[in-house]
Design a protein around this ligand. Structure first.
Ligand code: 5GP
Ligand code: MG
Length: 470
């Protein structure tokens, strides 16, 4: 997963993009980068490197060098093993026009598309999906005629008609303007905002999540539609073209886990959906013939807190924060490799012993993927004298890999692929496990259609590849 943002029409575009990236840091911590365009010199300025946003851009000066009134930025969480410096974003091409872009997502037919381009004697500088997208875009632009908008629409069509998967792209076409588009099913998020500048003009921003827009003082206009192109020219004129729209299938995992609690996607607040998931789980647990006795409900910080609060309120059982997160340790999932992750999990949480000892605990997390985190946390609570530990997951069982940008492993590694609730409980060392059902998830999302291929195995595209790229 990654966080992306673009700004046009602000004299401090790169600074805004840098601040926006801080608001999107939870979407990826491996690397960060910003590209700006300086029309006076006909030049792209770019800086990208490994590390958190604050490490890559340690001072105001490091960002101020990226001059111009339009800029794009990226923060990366690589879904593919090791992170290579050459794969960092933004990526720029200078032919047939200068194009710089960032993306979030994954193409499920990446290898196929890349092989076709290589047959046409193309050469690649990276192993990044975005480079395939950009080559397709540049080809479409190169052969099109007409106005810039017509050419950018043709370029976007050239991508959308062949690129399968989940992807949101934001880019700069030289200094002519900013383009942004979403995959035909709208699997990955992208949202548009606007603000008035001190000079009375309009500045526009597009970002993965609304929390970045509102933080920067932009008014949220709306989500970009599936398969829609947004084009904002250098004078701040905005155009929208519905290039290739299929059934809207935004990724359900954005609400469950990925997006910030302060964001709203597709007009549904992330926090409210998480509260509803907790309510639904409470109803399910209460309806059990032999509902276990719990003394407290405790969240796995931070994503599961709203759901745990709702569970506590609806079951009438006290809410207690018993796991304290060390905010200076990197998120466990971000480290690649199972062993390093285990070490990080060990370090990440400490336990409030006095609240745990002798208690029957209902521990709540957003999801169970491999089961590594939950097994370790249950063990930790037992080490601190918990009498019983039950585990609730607001996400239904994850049984299939994601090919559209979420780092879910092979079916063999996914704990729910070959285990039912009882089997998972045994593996986790829990007294019992409760998953939200598909109906619970659907009702929490107001019944709207979502991509839930990882839960059902029903993929929106026929091609599935095991390799994933960020
Ligand atoms: P597990 O340990 O079962 O493999 O992973 C479940 C835990 O990882 C949950 O606490 C969940 O919040 C977190 N998680 C799930 N998906 C992702 C992801 O894509 N990235 C990161 N950083 N954490 C994740
Ligand atoms: Mg978690």
């Amino acid at each position: 997963m990654c966080g992306i943002i673009g700004v046009l029409g602000s004299s401090t575009a790169a600074q805004e993009v840098g601040q926006g990236l801080l608001m999107l840091q939870h979407r990826g911590q491996d690397s960060a980068g910003i590209l700006s365009v300086d029309p006076d010199f006909g030049k792209f300025h770019m800086h990208k490197a490994m590390g958190h946003v604050s490490q890559v851009f340690p001072s105001g000066d490091s960002i101020r060098r990226l001059a111009g009134n339009a800029a794009i930025g990226h923060t990366r969480y690589s879904t593919l093993g090791d992170v290579k410096e050459s794969d960092l974003q933004p990526i720029a091409l200078s032919h047939p026009v200068g194009i710089g872009a960032v993306h979030n997502g994954n193409l499920s037919n990446y290898n196929e598309l890349r092989a076709e381009l290589i047959l046409k004697r193309r050469v690649f500088m990276t192993d990044n999906d975005l480079e395939v997208i950009l080559q397709l875009f540049a080809d479409g632009y190169g052969v099109a005629s007409g106005s810039t908008l017509q050419r950018v629409s043709a370029a976007t069509r050239a991508v959308l008609k062949v690129a399968e998967g989940g992807y949101s792209v934001v880019g700069l076409l030289g200094s002519e303007g900013l383009f942004a588009f979403r995959d035909p099913h709208g699997i990955r998020p992208l949202i548009l905002g606007k603000r008035l500048t001190a000079q009375g003009g309009n500045a526009y921003a597009l970002a993965s999540e609304s929390c970045a827009l509102t933080f920067l003082g932009y008014q949220v206009i709306r989500d970009v539609r599936p398969g829609e192109l947004i084009w904002i020219d250098e004078n701040g004129m905005l155009s929208s073209v519905h290039v290739l729209e299929k059934k809207a299938l935004p990724c359900m995992f954005e609400w469950v886990y990925f997006s910030g609690a302060d964001s709203t996607l597709e007009e549904k607040s992330v926090s409210s959906v998480r509260l509803k998931l907790g309510e639904r789980l409470a109803a399910r647990i209460r309806a059990m013939p032999n509902m276990p006795q719990f003394d407290i409900v405790a969240p796995v910080p931070e994503t599961a807190r709203p759901a745990a609060i709702a569970l506590s309120e609806n079951l009438g059982i006290p809410f207690r924060d018993v796991l304290i997160k060390n905010r200076y340790v990197q998120r466990s999932f971000i480290l690649n490799g199972q062993d390093r992750r285990k070490v990080a999990v060990n370090l990440k949480f400490s336990v409030v012993d006095s609240l745990v000892r002798g208690k029957s605990i209902l521990l709540v997390d957003d999801s169970i993927v491999r089961g590594t985190t939950s097994a370790r946390l249950i063990e930790l609570l037992r080490d601190h004298g918990a009498r019983q530990v039950y585990f609730a997951s607001t996400c239904p069982p994850i049984t299939h890999p994601c090919f559209y940008g979420i780092d879910f492993p092979t079916p063999e590694e996914l704990i729910a692929t070959s285990n039912g609730e009882e089997g998972v409980a045994v593996k986790l060392g829990a007294n019992g496990v409760f998953y939200a059902s598909m109906e619970d998830l659907s009702s929490a999302l107001g019944g709207s259609s979502v991509c839930s291929a990882c839960l059902t195995g029903q993929y929106p595209y026929p091609t599935q590849e095991s390799e994933t790229h960020a």
